[in-house]
Design a protein around this ligand. Sequence first.
Ligand code: AMP
Length: 599
Amino acid sequence: MAVQSSHRSTPLGLTVCEEHARKLALVEDMTTNTDLVQERVLKEILAQNGETEYLKRFELGGATDRETFKARVPLVTYEDIQPDIQRIANGDRSAILSALPISELLTSSGTSGGEMKLLPMTEEELDRRLLLTSLVMPVMSLYVPGLDKGKELHFLLMKSETKSPGGLMMRSVVTSFFKSDKYRNRPFNAYSVHTSPMATVLCADRFQSMYTQMLCGLYARLEVIRIGSTFASGLLRAVSFLQQHWQSLSRDIETGTLTDMVTDPSVRNSLTGILSPNPGLAKFLVDECSKEDWAGIITRIWPNTKYLNAVVTGTMAQYVQNLEYYSGSLPMVSSMYCSSECFFGLNLRPMCKPSEVSYTIMPNMAYMEFLPVVADGDSSAPPILVDLADVEVGKEYEIVVTSCTGLYRYRVGDILQVKGFHNSAPEFRFVRRKNVVLSIDADKTDEVELHGAVERASELIKPYGASVMEYTSKADISVIPGHYVIYWELLVVGDPTLSNGPSDLVLQQCCLEMEEAMSSKYRMLRVADGAIGPLEIRVVKSGTFEELMEYTISRGASVSQYKVPRCVTYAPIIELLDSRVESAHFSPAYPKCTHQTSQ
Ligand code: AMP
């Protein structure tokens, strides 16, 4: 990418408009002066927040330089700042973390003690995030022509927000972003025209929202040039929705009327100018959707789609194959790397393969440091954090952020690997989220949570003389929505003529108990969003985990260091486990869910 002013040539010889050229010049400027920009950002944060209660604890004495900051302010995790966040949530409006007022608390998909983490947000930060998102289409138009000559079918589901005890709005970063006045009142931009009227996106009822977004996308099928959702999992849920509802959708299109199942008046009103009888389109849909084979359905229905727009890296990489199947191998674009804590950066080579995606961190978004990932057993030396401009190609780091919203040297928990540099700004491959073993959608279940859930559920089988000898898990995405599968090897003691161990009913209850023990994010996605299917326990034959160990050792693992993997992804191991399954049991009901926020 090398565009500095308007109408310069691009990698593919495309012409970019003046506005895009200006944005691209900003990217070039930021990434050329990485270290200077980082120094400036830290200075600004410390000058602004030097008098906050948090920073005063570390006696910076007005210093705004890196050295003093690094020497005095400690590395922290969410748990360290949770008491401060709790005070903010409870209504303390004093400058605890940030001199600027906290406008809301973002509910992160990361959890702490089973509860969603709450991250501070300010109005001023929203501008910074809007600026980053406004860079996406300029970058895209370097690679794909005509993106101002069509629409995006972008599936976006939201739920109503909750309030903290002190009255602050608590909602997810995506909901907050799309519901903000700044986003909704943004000037018209030909590069970001959506097929869904805002009312369909804002509708709190998941079914009505998805139904009408799909309907609008079907009416506009020839105008649609890209199809997206925040995450790959959301796109697959849309395909599954179409599979379930195409008959009703086709009927509505044939007659130009809207099913009674959509009751929200604002949603119904928003479709007034869109709905009209179109028997030809209805017949086309019936013909396509009633075919057995849904391979390439996306391109069959929306033939002008140039690419899919959704995160396909990190835990979403598991969906790439399914998306390829339904889209006839359309390019998949993972354009940004963002979190509740900070919008980090952009994919500057958006048309690359999902496995090759890297994100260039934009140095103006926050002050970033990088904690080298050390090999197991090599953690005696104190960690030395590296600045953004100083990371080394090939090495893995955990990202640590000092944000403009009141986080200081905060460990995000994401592990990134340096792939190269764009000017002087590093390009990172997203490697993994620390500790996460299972994820279907925005849920991120770690080993501790999984272990706690197994322990809690295994209490239910004790009265039957049984206990869980060993367990492991996998995210099963063969059906949509995906679900957690937990493999249990049981030890049943006592007289086998008196007890066959726990019954199917008991094991079903164990599934539900595990779901009750999962994080609030899991339960919300399972209950309110329908993004996760019922948890399944597969009981395997006695001796299976012994076989698993032997298999792993035969492939070179050391016997003394062998640990049972708490999640399995390697196909031969999954095959081994599945070939030893004696019985399978599913959660018979929804777990309790108190949160309503989503996405
Ligand atoms: P949340 O704070 O709930 O929005 O979750 C943010 C987390 O989602 C990040 O810290 C990452 O772990 C993950 N994430 C966000 N964007 C990406 C991406 N482009 N690729 C991989 N993982 C991502």
